[in-house]
Design a protein. Structure first.
Length: 179
């Protein structure tokens, strides 16, 4: 099969897994015809229809302040190619760092985000925040395969729509020794 076709198949398989369909062997899934149609349409239309984008809440004042200060700081370095900007948020638990990070990316018009963590277990929370909030419609989330047979990070990136924002999430364990 042509590479583009393989990519589409892999994306449909990934979508079926996200929808909760169980892989039974090879390319076979335990699912309904409607599940396959929904997954295929989501891939074809480049949408994440498995997620209900019901979240519409705004940033809290402390989140808005963090985004404003960080954006101002990074904007000062916009044309300075000799210095690399560094900024650290020292936030309390339940601050909403994931949501606030996405809001900063939106404000800065960043199209590619690499989230590198020591805690790979938080991948689902990062994906759900991105896929459930209406502010991030059209954004794509790439992470290591959750099940055998899913496309790896390189394959997911090769299949991604480069005209839309991409969040690539991984742990140090995922990327050590990888390209």
């Amino acid at each position: 099969r042509p590479a583009a076709h393989q990519c589409q198949i892999a994306l449909v398989h990934r979508m079926l897994l996200k929808m909760g369909c169980r892989k039974v062997a090879g390319e076979w899934f335990r699912c309904t015809q409607e599940d396959v149609k929904k997954a295929w349409l989501a891939v074809r239309d480049r949408s994440e229809t498995i997620y209900d984008r019901t979240e519409t809440f705004p940033m809290r004042p402390e989140q808005q302040e963090a985004v404003n200060k960080t954006a101002e700081y990074f904007n000062r370095f916009q044309h300075d190619h000799e210095h690399t900007p560094h900024f650290l948020w020292n936030c309390k638990m339940r601050f909403g760092k994931t949501f606030t990070t996405y809001q900063l990316a939106l404000r800065m018009k960043w199209r590619r985000l690499l989230v590198l963590t020591f805690k790979p277990a938080v991948a689902q929370a990062w994906e759900e925040d991105l896929m459930r909030h209406q502010d991030f419609e059209g954004w794509q989330f790439i992470t290591r395969p959750q099940s055998i047979g899913e496309p790896n990070i390189d394959e997911q990136y090769a299949c991604a729509d480069l005209s839309r924002p991409i969040v690539c999430f991984g742990s140090f364990q995922d990327f050590l020794g990888e390209n």
